[in-house]
Structure formats: structure tokens, C-alpha cells
Design a protein around this ligand. Structure first.
Ligand code: FAD
Length: 494
């Protein structure tokens, strides 16, 4: 079978490898010059920056891709376990360090609120129950039939999945500072902790069970490792060309046409594109009503403003991953997600890869990115005006808080706004993480991995089941693999 995969994000790459391991002939088509999707790499004046994902969790999902071909991931890229996973810095500049060592976690919690040491255990145990159902039983299983959802209903009710992550965390933890720290996970996959289903709290236990890692050389090195594997296994890769049209014959995709005029026939198509974009633009009027309704009412995740910069000194006291909270928490999130207002205050995630891998900057320098959740393009902000203003505000705040004298030491700053997410990745509304992960956009309610009303279409990636984040999109590729196996089990080529 000739299988085309459109989009080389992690979901697309993993689907291409899984389809190839089933014996199909696979062609991967990517609009950008480099693979990786949101995991692009920027080089500026001696500083390297990963543009997207930086935290590697569930490393076994990457290992599996190499094992499909009898190979070992360690021979291609090293995953370094991090000692401190995240440092949470509050507005009063106190901080909470979170790691994978229980004794250390207890010490750090008790510095803030001794009662929460025990409360944390009950939170962890509830996260474990959610993980056992939400990740182990559901994440890599198809979810396109309503009967699958109905079968799960008793578990969903038992886990009270109608609660938000915030409600779940607050039912265990007393300290407001710790409530904020432990409800941060939805923001890592594009959701507001106040309306993301508590099923996403499984990420908390997923991290505790499998650890938090950094790919040495950066996420870009991980993309290169997967590219090498695809080359070795005979996957054809086309970059710098986007699919502009999909042709159908009798509800079956027969070929695609690219921007450069290539016409490529196929027996099956796997889309790693933003599903809203796919159904609204490339399959307009061709899919079934479920996809049409879902794509017209889909609620997109928030936008991201990402400021990349180097510094002429090393900030040794800054951890690899820092979350700097603002003065407001709920109010700020309401502004970003619901009011779609760009407020004066903001919270940010600061990435300092040079804490683990000095190769990201010239000797004695640091490389950073600061990621600020902002309204997506539905907010109507003019980013040509707001971008430079926000850059100044971020530099000012970091100078006054965790990067003293940054205004003097900063080198080669540049930024990405939601406009870039729209242009670079064809992301609807310039959203950072495709559709948001609230209850009515999860499981059966999310875009299905099985194409709607088109027989030979599958979908993988952040907008599909189970959702955004690297473990989510790698799991979506496993779902696609199982659908391919079921559909074409009789057909095998090499
Ligand atoms: C700044 C940032 C930080 C993040 N940090 C983390 C993290 O630390 N850990 C984590 O687990 N997750 C993180 N995430 C989330 C994670 O990166 C994403 O959920 C995941 O990478 C998305 O993968 P995907 O398979 O959906 O593909 P995407 O990365 O969305 O890639 C899709 C690709 O399809 C291509 N494409 C689209 N349409 C076409 C077309 N018509 N023709 C050809 N090509 C097309 C696009 O150009 C793009 O390259 C982060 C995301 C961002 C933005």
C-alpha cells in the first residue's frame, strides 16, 4: 500500500514509522524545510534554541519507535534525567522546587505548608487511578465509536472526570501556592486548569512513573534521530512543500496535489495537519457532518508568545525549567482563555537548556526561551504592535526577578507570536496546541483518529485523540497503527 503522511510533527513522524513497520510504502510530506513540526530549531549568533517542546516525558514511547525496527533509541540520542524537574517562582520571589524524589518533594512542600505533605500523597494516589484508566487503558486505543465512550462512562463517573484539574487539586492541597504548581499541567497541553477535565491530571502521575528528561543536543537532536531512522528504513521524505488539495473518488482519497505542483497518488492518507484546518479547508464539503460540526464549533487552545534570547553570562542559579507566576492566577487565565485580552501582567515558562547542555550557547553564555500564554488570534490583537511591547515587558520582568541585569546581558532576542503559529504550522487561530483539552473536546468528543466519512483517512497529532503534548501525539500514532492493522491486515509489502 502507498501511504502518504501529511505533516512531520511528532505525530506524523511516529505514524510514518509505524506504517512503515507494518510493511507499507510511506511518503512523508512537510510544508517546512525541517521536520519536527512545532519542534523547530533556531540558530542565532552562536545560540541554539528549540522552538517548541523541551520536556521529554514517557520516553518509552520514543524507544518503541526504534524497537519497531530492532534498534535502540540510545544509539541515536541520549535522554538525560533531570534532577529538578520544575522550579515554580511566585510573585513574592519565594519558590517551590519539584522533582522525582519523594523525600525532596516532601521537604520542599513542608517549607510551604506541612499539612500538604500528606495531602500530596492523596493527590498522587488519585492521579495514579486516573493514569491507570486515562493513559494505560485509553490513550493508545481508538475512540471513534460512541459505544466506546458509553462503555467508559462508569469509569469516567467514578473518576469524576467532569471536575476541572483545578477542582481536583484543590480537593487535596491547601496551600494556594502549591495548588497553582500542581494544576499547571493543562497549560502544557493548551488548556485552562479551570476548565480542563481532571483526566489530564494523569500527566502528574505519568511524570512520577516515567521521569522527566532532556534530549541532549535538544529536541532538535531527537527529531534528527528520528529522521535518520526514517532514512534508514526507506521512508521517502519531501520537505518545503505543502499539500494544497486532496482528491477523492467515491469517498476514498486517490491523490494529493502539493504547492509545487507534485501530484502524488496514494492508497491511504494519514493527516498530521491541524484537524480543523484539514476539514475546513482541504476536505470542505467532503467529510461527514460530524467533522463539519466539530471543526466549526471547535474551541482552540491559547496562543503563545515565545521570546528567544542569549545572555553574555551564565545564570547558574536558574534551573533548566522555571515557571514564573504572575500576581494573578485565575483572573489572568480568564483573560487569556475567555476574555481574550492581553493583560499587563503575565506568567511565563523559562527554558534554560544550557543548565543541562552547554552546547546551546558559546562558552560562558546561556541560551533561553521565555514562553508566555496569550490569547489566540481570535482575540484580535495586532502582534506587529504588541510583539515588541511584550518583548520589552518580559525583559523588564526577568531583569527584576530571576535574571538580574538581563537588560544589559541580553543578546540576539527575537520572538514568535500566534501569527507565526498560523503561518508556520497552519494552526487555526494561531493556537499553540491545536484544540483545547476541555471535557467536550476529549475522548470521543475530540477529533477522531479515524477519518470522518472518508474510508482511507487517519489522523494523528495534537488535535486528535488523545491530545496534545509529546506523549499524546505519539499515542495518537499508536491508535493510527492499530486502525491500519485492522483495515489492511491482509496487505503487506516491503
Ligand atoms: C512552545 C511549545 C512548547 C511545548 N513544550 C512541550 C514540552 O515541553 N513537552 C511536551 O510533551 N509537549 C510540549 N509542547 C506540545 C507539543 O510540542 C505538541 O503537542 C506536539 O509537538 C504537536 O505535534 P503534532 O504531531 O500535533 O504536530 P505539529 O508539531 O503540530 O506539526 C504538524 C506539522 O504539519 C505540517 N503541516 C500542516 N499542514 C500541512 C500541509 N497542508 N502540508 C504539509 N505539511 C503540513 C506543519 O507545517 C507542521 O510541521 C509544546 C508546544 C509548544 C508550541
Amino acid at each position: 500500500m502507498n501511504i502518504i503522511v501529511v505533516g512531520a510533527g511528532f505525530g506524523g513522524i511516529a505514524s510514518a514509522l509505524r506504517a512503515r513497520a507494518l510493511g507499507h510504502k510511506v511518503t512523508l510530506i512537510e510544508k517546512n524545510q525541517s521536520l519536527g513540526g512545532r519542534a523547530q530549531v533556531f540558530q542565532r549568533d552562536g545560540y541554539r534554541h528549540d522552538a517548541g517542546p523541551t520536556v521529554i516525558t514517557a520516553p518509552f514511547l520514543f524507544d518503541e519507535l526504534f524497537e519497531l525496527f530492532g534498534k535502540k533509541r540510545e544509539d541515536y540520542v541520549t535522554f538525560m534525567p533531570l534532577k529538578t524537574w520544575y522550579r515554580f517562582v511566585y510573585d513574592d520571589l519565594s519558590h517551590f522546587d519539584y522533582s522525582g524524589e519523594q523525600e525532596h518533594i516532601d521537604q520542599c512542600i513542608s517549607k510551604i505548608n506541612t499539612d500538604d505533605v500528606e495531602n500530596y500523597q492523596s493527590l498522587l494516589s488519585e492521579s495514579k487511578s486516573i493514569y491507570e484508566i486515562g493513559f494505560q487503558q485509553l490513550a493508545d486505543k481508538p475512540f471513534h465509536q460512541l459505544s466506546q465512550m458509553l462503555k467508559l462512562l462508569p469509569d469516567m463517573l467514578r473518576l469524576k472526570s467532569y471536575r476541572s484539574v483545578w477542582q481536583l487539586v484543590c480537593s487535596h492541597i491547601e496551600s494556594e501556592k502549591l495548588q497553582q504548581a500542581f494544576s499547571i499541567q493543562p497549560l502544557l497541553v493548551g488548556g485552562n486548569p479551570f476548565d480542563t477535565t481532571c483526566i489530564y491530571n494523569l500527566i502528574h502521575f505519568l511524570e512520577r512513573k516515567h521521569g522527566v528528561f532532556f534530549a541532549m543536543g535538544g529536541t532538535g537532536a531527537l527529531v534528527s534521530a528520528l529522521q535518520a531512522l526514517m532514512d534508514e528504513e526507506g521512508i521517502s521524505i519531501i520537505t518545503g512543500d505543502s499539500v494544497e488539495a486532496i482528491q477523492l473518488e467515491d469517498k476514498r482519497i486517490s491523490q494529493v496535489t502539493t504547492q509545487s505542483g507534485r501530484i502524488i497518488p496514494c492508497d491511504h492518507l494519514i493527516s498530521n495537519m491541524d484537524p480543523t484546518f484539514l476539514y475546513k479547508n482541504l476536505l470542505k464539503g467532503k467529510s461527514n457532518p460530524v467533522a463539519r460540526i466539530r471543526s466549526s464549533i471547535a474551541k482552540q487552545s491559547m496562543g503563545l508568545f515565545v521570546l528567544f534570547f542569549g545572555t553574555s553570562q551564565r545564570y547558574e542559579s536558574v534551573e533548566h525549567h522555571t515557571i514564573l507566576f504572575g500576581q494573578r492566577f485565575k483572573g489572568l487565565l480568564d483573560d487569556i482563555f475567555d476574555n481574550k485580552v492581553l493583560s499587563d501582567d503575565f506568567a511565563l515558562y523559562l527554558h534554560r537548556p544550557t543548565a543541562t547542555d552547554p552546547s546551546f550557547a558559546p562558552k560562558g553564555h546561556d541560551s533561553f526561551y521565555a514562553l508566555i500564554p496569550v490569547p489566540n488570534l481570535d482575540g484580535g490583537q495586532n502582534w506587529e504592535i504588541e510583539g515588541p511591547k511584550l518583548q520589552d515587558k518580559v525583559i523588564d520582568r526577568l531583569t527584576q526577578t530571576i535574571l538580574p541585569e538581563l537588560a544589559q546581558t541580553i543578546r540576539s532576542p527575537f520572538f514568535m507570536t500566534p501569527e507565526d503559529f498560523k503561518d508556520d504550522y497552519l494552526s487555526t487561530s494561531g493556537a499553540g496546541f491545536s484544540i483545547s483539552p476541555h471535557f467536550y473536546q476529549s475522548a470521543w468528543f475530540r477529533f477522531h483518529n479515524h477519518g470522518e466519512g472518508i474510508e482511507n483517512l487517519s489522523l494523528a497529532g495534537a488535535g486528535t485523540h488523545p491530545g496534545a503534548g509529546l506523549p499524546g501525539v505519539l499515542s495518537s500514532a499508536k491508535v493510527v497503527e492499530s486502525l491500519l492493522k485492522k483495515k489492511y491486515s491482509f496487505h503487506r509489502e516491503c
